[in-house]
Design a protein around this ligand. Structure first.
Ligand SMILES: NC(=O)c1ccc[n+]([C@@H]2O[C@H](COP(=O)([O-])OP(=O)(O)OC[C@H]3O[C@@H](n4cnc5c(N)ncnc54)[C@H](OP(=O)(O)O)[C@@H]3O)[C@@H](O)[C@H]2O)c1
Length: 285
């Protein structure tokens, strides 16, 4: 089957994306979490909330102990996907993991927290691509993969989540990672880690082109989403206001999949190797 790999799947947006994919597509989902085995059934239940059909449940595997600060768990998870699904089955790698330690000034910099942000927000995404991109079909194998679709009434099991002629490497970036948009300062490490993630996406996209991969690489800014991630900054009483780019989780997922479905490699080179926001507008570097 065609596979979606979601890293950071125990988090607010990762979990909601996994659920959305199970509810709205025929993709098989590997949901990676750095939490231990004892938390797997809890995460599984939370992803499956509201999903009644057995087919949806059968398509989900939660893989525990995948701490993206090291390669052991990522390598093990990639081998599991390859053994169970085959070598060229991945259509989507969604890197959702991230941490924020918002420093207001130089005096607040704590080296270990800065390193943590780079390891998780930036290098963790890079290592995820290192282990899973080899399982994305190249363009020739993608043609063979599409014969599988006969099992799905001849249609792409991604069902418009991603373009039917491509695969996707998707990293959660952030507008604050844009250097040209930095008019306020603050958040040194988080900003820098996301700017570096953008550079990784750009570089990855070149490699995907060179290797004739079916995948396109992009970064994404979801707006401000009311999650446990943002509450320490925007407060517990924050209220969604989509007109100002402030969303509840489900609203954010709706915007996100709307952009995902538009990404493709075409002659205009419009989408590839760039960072996009929830309006489908480019976030400049
Ligand atoms: N929320 C927003 O407004 C917003 C805005 C711009 C960008 N973003 C980006 O969107 C992404 C998701 O945000 P969110 O709001 O869903 O945050 P979240 O709820 O805090 O989720 C973050 C995820 O990262 C995982 N993670 C942390 N350390 C990890 C590690 N060492 N190994 C593997 N996974 C690890 C967390 O796992 P545990 O839960 O197990 O700790 C969790 O699944 C982040 O990259 C964030 O930077 C969010």
């Amino acid at each position: 089957m065609s596979v979606a790999v979601i890293q950071g799947a125990s988090g607010s947006l990762g979990l909601a994306l996994a659920r959305h994919i199970l509810q709205n597509t025929g993709l098989t989902v590997y949901a990676l979490t750095h939490r231990p085995d004892s938390k797997v059934s809890d995460i599984t239940d939370r992803i499956l909330e509201g999903i009644s059909d057995d087919a949806g449940k059968e398509r989900l595997t939660v893989v525990d102990d995948v701490d993206i600060r090291n390669e052991k768990g990522l390598s093990k998870a990639a081998k599991l996907v390859e053994q169970r699904e085959g070598a060229d089955r991945i259509r989507l790698i969604a890197c959702m993991a991230g941490v924020l330690h918002p420093e207001k000034s130089l005096s607040a910099i704590d080296l270990s927290k800065s390193i943590d942000q780079f390891q998780i927000n930036t290098l963790g995404h890079l290592l995820t691509y290192k282990h899973f991109v080899p399982l994305i079909p190249n363009k020739r194998k993608f043609e063979c993969l599409s014969t599988d679709w006969k099992d799905y009434q001849g249609e792409d099991p991604a069902q418009g989540l991603i373009s039917s002629d491509s695969s996707l490497c998707w990293s959660m970036s952030a507008r604050v990672g844009s250097i040209s948009d930095n008019n306020r300062g603050g958040w040194y490490s988080y900003r820098a880690s996301k700017a570096a993630t953008n550079q990784i996406i750009r570089t990855l996209d070149h490699e995907l082109i060179n290797k004739n991969s079916s995948a396109v690489a992009v970064g994404y800014h979801p707006g401000t989403v009311i999650t446990s991630f943002t509450k320490p900054v925007i407060g517990n009483d924050a209220v969604a206001d989509p007109s100002k780019g402030k969303f509840e989780i489900d609203q954010a997922i709706e915007k996100m999949v709307g952009v995902m479905g538009q990404i493709k490699r075409d002659e205009s080179k419009k989408w590839e190797g760039k960072c996009w926001d929830w309006k489908g507008e480019r976030v400049e570097w």
